[in-house]
Ligand binder design. Structure first.
Ligand code: 5RP
Length: 220
């Protein structure tokens, strides 16, 4: 199986975790695109979706799945999303697609985070993938200096504006041994909207697409 076939396989496997009659939380990315396509096949059993991006919202609606405002929803039992990296404890780097802020909101709102990845995303330590940090534009250079002081190498994601009208700094050069601690620290910098570290609220379950099919990892 190539990488895209692995993504399709985990997307299909995630359908088993969708709660019938409930609102489903939907992330963003190429793996989630496959999940949305698969979800369309069972849309009569899904009450509606809440979505983490304009991109996913358009895809959901195009496939006949209603998308609700999170403010109008009381509970989201399950949130399905991909990741750029996931460590052995279920902590993740996310935001490669730039949707990290709404992804973090939905992850927090959800009862259960089901992460769908191909096996290339499994890492022993986070940080090889540059860490996305969404910033308010006027604070960009201030945040960049603070990130440099912390040993990172921030680069502006050129020509990219988030769904919230902000910019993204992609921070290379980090070896993230204590992701929850770093997440808390970066959250304290004024001007930082969202850090693409999902450690304080990590995955509950990962579905991993590998050469031998889909395996499950459960996290505490
Ligand atoms: C988007 C994300 C995605 O989940 C992450 O980038 C993985 O994407 P893909 O499924 O395309 O590999 O965090 O902001």
């Amino acid at each position: 199986m190539n990488q895209d076939e692995r993504k399709q396989a985990v997307a299909q496997a995630a359908l088993r975790h969708v709660v019938a009659g409930a609102v489903i939380g939907v992330g963003t990315g190429s793996t989630v695109d496959h999940f949305i396509d698969a979800l369309a096949g069972m849309r009569e059993r899904v009450r509606a979706a809440v979505s983490s991006s304009q991109r996913s919202t358009e895809r959901l609606r195009a496939r006949g799945i209603e998308v609700l405002d999170l403010n109008d929803v009381e509970s989201v039992p399950v949130y399905v999303d991909g990741a750029d990296e996931i460590d052995p404890a279920g902590a993740m780097i996310k935001g490669g697609g730039g949707a990290l802020t709404r992804e973090k909101i939905l992850a927090e709102a959800a009862g259960r985070f089901v992460c769908i990845v191909d096996s290339s995303k499994l890492v022993p330590v986070l940080g090889h993938f540059p860490l996305p940090v969404e910033v308010v534009p006027m604070a960009r250079e201030l945040v960049r200096r603070r990130l440099l002081e912390l040993g990172g190498q921030p680069r502006l994601r050129e020509g990219f504006v988030t769904d919230n009208g902000n910019q993204i700094l992609d921070v290379g050069g980090l070896r993230i041994e204590h992701p929850a601690e770093l997440e808390g620290r970066l959250n304290q910098i004024p001007g930082v909207v969202t850090v693409g570290l999902f450690a304080r609220r990590g995955a509950d379950l990962a579905l991993v697409g590998g050469a031998d099919g889909v395996s499950e990892r459960v996290y505490d």
